[in-house]
Each structure stands twice: as C-alpha cells, then as structure tokens.
Ligand binder design. Structure first.
Ligand code: GLV
Ligand code: MN
Length: 195
C-alpha cells in the first residue's frame, strides 16, 4: 500500500526531524551492509503480559533499511491460551505463516461477516487491509507466527485500547451510548487498560 520508491533504497535517518512521507534517507556514504539485515526476530518475545502474547515488529522504526520499500514483518509469540487481541492495520494488508503450534485466526469484514480458521505449522493466512483481526493460540503448547505487510509502517489500531485507553480519555457518555452499557461497565474496562 505504500508508494513506489524513487531510488534503490533510502535507509531511514530516524534522528532527522525532517517531515516527509517516510523518513529522510541517511547519506549513502554512511550506508553499510548492516543496514539491510535485522536480528530482532532471533529471540522469543516476552509473553508474560495480560494477553500472554507478544508482537515483535520488524518495521521501519526497528529496521530502518525498510524505509520507503513498502514492506515489513512481525514475529508473534504466544504462550498457551495467548491472544493477539483484535486490531487493524490502516496502511497494509497482512499475510502470515504459522511456524509452531495452532492458532485460531479470524477477521471481520466491513459487512460484519466473520471469517476464521484453525491454522497450523506451514499454513498461511491473509488479512485484508484495514479489517479487524486476531490470532489466538488454541494448541497445547507455545505458538509462533511470522506476519508480513505491504507497508514499511502498517500502523496498529488496537480495538480495546483505541476506545478505552486513549489520551485524553474518550468521554464515558460516548462509550455507554456506543456500547449500550452502564457507566460502571465502561469504567471497569477502562481500568483494565490503565486509564
Ligand atoms: C498480527 O496480526 C500482526 O499484526 O502481526
Ligand atoms: Mn495484525
């Protein structure tokens, strides 16, 4: 979904304050082989959190060599029962492959149709751009997947956090009306997400 590049590469200068569609390129005299390799997926992510899952991004911020190339990946680790909670990527379609364990992968369309399947090692899935989706570890042990995106910076909107953990907070009257629940329910959900 990103625009086509206008040069071979443009390794991001993340320290530049210049504002462009992407990051400015660091001078090619400073570019080395190391700029095109990333070892951030060699370690398992820390799944000791409320969702028992961990997403390690290999996007332009962690891997500046991806800048302007319209592509990125994540490593996703799941403890037993772990959930990569419902979220969407405004700037990319996502595809993925399970390398260990068994995941329930699902997404919901703009017509509220839910598509899902149990996905095992070597099997691939696709999440159309912008649609809300999740993966849940439904196997006995750990699970691991790699995902890929047609953007160097797909963006992630977490369904729960975007409404219940925004700063400043989204007014309770909006949330009680939107979800047709009492204020105590809204406050309870807000408290779970630390706001
Ligand atoms: C999985 O949904 C991911 O965004 O990596
Ligand atoms: Mn995703």
């Amino acid at each position: 979904a990103d625009p086509d590049p206008l040069q071979d590469f443009c390794v991001a200068d993340l320290n530049s304050s210049a504002s462009v569609n992407g990051f400015p390129c660091k001078p090619s005299s400073e570019v080395t082989s190391g700029d095109f390799f990333f070892d951030g997926f060699t370690k398992e992510g820390n799944t000791r959190n409320i969702f028992r899952a961990s997403v390690t991004p290999g996007n332009v911020l962690s891997f500046p060599g991806l800048n302007t190339l319209g592509i990125s990946m994540n490593r996703v680790d799941f403890a037993p029962g772990g959930l990569n909670p419902p979220h969407s990527h405004p700037r990319a379609t996502e595809t993925g492959v399970v390398v260990q364990g068994k995941l329930l992968v699902g997404f919901v369309t703009t017509s509220n149709v839910f598509y899902s399947k149990e996905v095992g090692p070597g099997e691939m899935f696709v999440i159309p751009r912008g649609l809300v989706h999740f993966q849940r570890n439904i196997g006995e042990g750990k699970a691991q997947a790699f995902t890929a995106f047609n953007s160097h910076f797909p963006g992630t909107v977490l369904a729960a956090s975007t409404l219940f953990a925004a700063t400043p907070t989204v007014p309770n009257e909006v949330l009680t009306q939107a979800f047709q629940v009492d204020e105590n329910v809204v406050n309870q959900i807000k408290s779970k997400f630390g706001s």
